[in-house]
Design a binder for this molecule. Structure first.
Ligand SMILES: [Zn+2]
Length: 231
């Protein structure tokens, strides 16, 4: 009898934990794949989030790399995008749903915040039993580590990094041509307002990030989030 109660309780707690984990995903609202109205930018939908392709001469630069490489590959084929022509990938952070299709971009330089290095070199855990890592074929030597307000020029584009910690230690926001913002998981969007994103490592730090960037976001034409479409 006692054994049954114990097993039943463990099972019940397991179900509740699993439900609590997937629940926030119901509120995510990524864009459908395709060209975004009024821009040259192409969104690729990958289950619960988007990655974004920005034309760069005859090539592409990409923000984030999705959760399912096979699905991303299919969408890229449908949209006529050649992964070999991606010259730069800007990672907002290193959670699994933002890095999976890096192997599809073998010629790209990978850019990310220098504060995110600790998330993938084994020194900081994402959760109690979990560390982030890049797909095996992603080469550490191809990473350029960015610091606050670093600017990268690729062909006609200028990309500036803003450090936006909280969701992960080194989460970053990218401002492209001082026009478009790519906010990754620095915040979620609720009724047009920005709040702390689900699965955030440090909620206090995330709130501070939100307070410091909220006003600035209004300066830009469009804010592309990873999971909630355009703000
Ligand atoms: Zn995410």
């Amino acid at each position: 009898m006692i054994v049954r109660v114990v097993i039943g309780s463990i099972f019940g707690i397991g179900v509740l934990v699993a439900l609590a984990f997937v629940w926030p995903m119901h509120f995510m609202s990524p864009l459908q794949s395709g060209k975004i109205d009024g821009t040259d930018i192409i969104a690729v939908r990958n289950r619960i989030n988007n990655l974004f392709f920005i034309p760069s001469g005859k090539n592409w630069i990409v923000v984030d790399a999705g959760s399912d490489a096979k699905a991303v590959m299919q969408e890229m084929e449908r949209l006529g995008i050649d992964g070999k022509k991606v010259t730069g990938v800007f990672l907002t952070h290193t959670d699994y749903d933002h890095v999976a299709s890096l192997p599809l971009f073998p010629n790209a330089t990978i850019y990310m915040s220098k504060w995110e290095k600790q998330m993938i070199d084994g020194s900081t855990r994402r959760q109690l039993l979990k560390k982030n890592r890049l797909p095996k074929s992603a080469d550490f030597n191809r990473i350029v580590w960015l610091t606050e307000d670093d600017r990268i020029s690729i062909k006609e584009h200028d990309v500036r990094m803003i450090w936006a910690p909280g969701h992960t230690k080194g989460s970053a926001i990218y401002v492209v041509d001082e026009q478009y913002v790519f906010s990754g998981d620095a915040f979620r969007v609720v009724d047009g307002d920005i709040r702390v994103h689900p699965y955030t490592m440090d909620r206090v730090q995330a709130e501070q990030t939100i307070q410091s960037i909220k006003g600035e976001l209004q300066r830009y034409e469009k804010v592309f989030t990873a999971h909630y479409g355009i703000l």
